[in-house]
Design a protein around this ligand. Structure first.
Ligand code: TXA
Ligand code: MG
Length: 330
């Protein structure tokens, strides 16, 4: 089997109707979102969700983000505290996932939440939101890649990785944000906001909207509440060397802001995430450039320092995971 690819621009109606048909049959569909491509399936059906794990080759059942088309749909499955509601009203649709207590009567299947009493909900923008509205039920969707590999930001990435395992891939062009959503959880008693995963919505924007600083975990790799975030989650084949100030002959180079690097003329490939030092552009290019650096055949990828402010927090988080030891892979 090779997946059919339907282009949203060329065939908008079939992009919705065919995806709905496959989802109704209980099979996953790869869909574009503003962050990365997702492998989406009916979040209320065990058979559909187990096919996500099977397709990704995920050895364990980790909680998946469930995608909704608006706050009303979210409320059918989860209970909002006032701060979470304000964040949803401010940032949905968009790259923000909010972990909320499940309603006792929630129809979201425990396989999607790994049996937790909470659910990570996100309302995506554009086609994904339209599809959920047409389908009428939430979609569980991790990134559409083989477990442990780099997340896809183009339909072509999904086709190359999972094309022989899927029925349908929806092509919506390049993912504009390029890194996964930011995940937060609010303590309903204190209103404190815990940052579980930095992502495509800068933490500062959340803090500004809520009028309070975000709390961070001391060691991101030790997050237990987000077991999908094990250290080596975004691993390319080549090893990754961070904070490089020079590049070895034959090494691949990923740099930032147009800054020259010692030895760059002998690099296997020379990629600048954003010559104009724009962190949003760097985030959008990150996964594609990691894949290109990997495909250059170099055994090592040297990455120069990237500022940690704004979206740089998510970029540095994903780079740290790409550089992490490869054991403990999910
Ligand atoms: O941008 C994104 O978030 C993409 C697109 C497709 O929407 N999705 C994505 O999903 O990255 P996934 O399944 O790869 O990542 C979900 C993360 C995992 O780290 C998981 O452990 C965490 O969210 N998570 C999900 N539900 C949770 C819960 N109830 N409590 C804590 N963490 C949760
Ligand atoms: Mg993923």
């Amino acid at each position: 089997m090779t997946a059919e690819m339907i282009d949203i621009i060329r065939d908008p109606q079939r992009a919705i109707s065919e995806a709905s048909r496959v989802l109704n049959d209980g099979f996953p569909v790869a869909i574009p979102t503003e962050t990365v491509y997702g492998l989406a399936a009916d979040a209320t059906r065990a058979d559909a969700i187990s096919r996500i794990y099977e397709t990704k080759g995920r050895p364990q059942f980790n909680p998946l983000i469930c995608h909704v088309c608006d706050i009303e749909m979210a409320e059918r499955y989860a209970v909002f505290d006032p701060v979470s509601r304000q964040l949803a009203e401010t940032f949905w649709p968009g790259p923000l996932t909010i972990v909320l207590p499940l309603r006792p009567d929630s129809a979201i299947h425990p396989l999607a939440t790994a049996g937790l009493e909470t659910v990570g909900l996100r309302c995506p923008e554009g086609y994904a939101g339209d599809l959920i509205r047409a389908f009428g039920r939430p979609l569980a969707a991790p990134s559409a890649n083989t477990s442990g590999k780099i997340s896809p930001t183009a339909a072509r990435h999904v086709m190359e990785d999972l094309g022989d395992k899927l029925q349908l891939i929806i092509n919506g062009g390049l993912s504009p944000i390029g890194v996964e959503s930011t995940i937060v959880r609010v303590d309903p008693d204190t209103g404190a906001i815990l940052l579980l995963r930095p992502g495509g919505l800068a933490a500062m924007r959340i803090a500004d909207a809520a009028g309070r600083d975000l709390q961070r975990r001391a060691a991101p790799a030790a997050i237990i509440e987000a077991p999908g975030m094990l250290a080596s989650h975004y691993a390319p084949g080549a090893s990754v060397r961070l904070n490089a100030t020079s590049v070895e002959p034959g090494e691949a180079l990923i740099r930032y802001g147009g800054m020259p690097v010692t030895g760059m003329e002998k690099a296997a490939i020379d990629l600048d995430l954003s010559p104009s030092a724009d962190l949003a552009q760097a985030a959008a290019n990150l996964f594609e450039y990691l894949k290109r650096a990997d495909a250059s055949g170099a055994v090592s990828i040297a990455v120069t320092p990237i500022p940690v402010e704004g979206l740089g927090e998510a970029i540095n988080d994903r780079l740290a995971r790409a550089a992490a030891p490869r054991d403990g892979e999910e």
